[in-house]
Each structure stands twice: as C-alpha cells, then as structure tokens.
Design a protein around this ligand. Sequence first.
Ligand code: ZN
Length: 161
Amino acid sequence: MRIEKNAVVGIEYTLTGEDGQVIDSSREREPLYYIQGLGQIIPGLETALEGRSHGEELRVKVPPEAGYGEHRRELIREVPKERFPDDADLEIGNQFRASSEQGPIVVTVTQVAEEVVTVDANHPLAGETLNFEVEIVEVREASTEELDHGHVHGQDGHDHA
Ligand code: ZN
C-alpha cells in the first residue's frame, strides 16, 4: 500500500544540517514509526512521504517553515537567576522545562551572567534547513486501537505493559 492518512509508517532516516554534519540518525537505534497525517513528524517530511511505498528511498530538503520554524528573537529571554531552583545546573546548553502562555516549553541556556540567565525557547533546530535521507521500511494500515490511542503499537512501536 502507499502512504496515506492513518497509515503506520516505519522509516530509517539520517538527518544532516546545512553544514553537512549528521544531527540525528535512526540507524544507530531502531526505525522511527509514526502514523501518517497526525502531525507526529515535521510537516515537510510528512508531506514528502505521502503517496510513497515500502522500500522507496528518498532525499528530502525541509526549509525551516516546514521544519521546526524560523528562529524567533522574541523567544530569547533574560531570566533573573533567583527564578531558577537553588540546585539548578545553570550551564550553557542545559535545558529546562518552563511554562508559557502556550503551555509547557523547553528552554536552552545560552548565556549565564552574574544576575541573569539568557534562555532560548526556540527549538534547537529552528531556522535550519534540514536534509533527510529516508528509507521506507514499513507501510501498513493502523489498527482501530492504534488510531484510538494515536500511536503505533507492536514490537517496533510502543508497548502497553
Ligand atoms: Zn497505545
């Protein structure tokens, strides 16, 4: 079958950034399984996979607007140090959960000064053009239960122990 809405899809992928460095790869782990059409992967990749079938290999270039969004300056904030827990490890690159008007977010520390900490709520890959090498390793219909739960079951997916 071809990849269409509500299909269970398994892919092996390698993601490289604009500089050609590998950012992430499923090859060191297991294939990524998701349900097509539910927004479980970035839009640019989901669109490129629509209509494809098992065994196909493709290269997909995803611009920021179809990936993790543009890097937005307004998502960079200076936060007084006292707003962090006493035992917080305030080092550049460390990530913290925070609340925002849009719900919980993850922020990354980008600068630490005496009184304030600069945090960036952009996704680490915001503003990046992403290059995916993808191999489609499974396409099947989702079960009713999988569609109810909104995730993939089975040996390669999530397991209800
Ligand atoms: Zn489930």
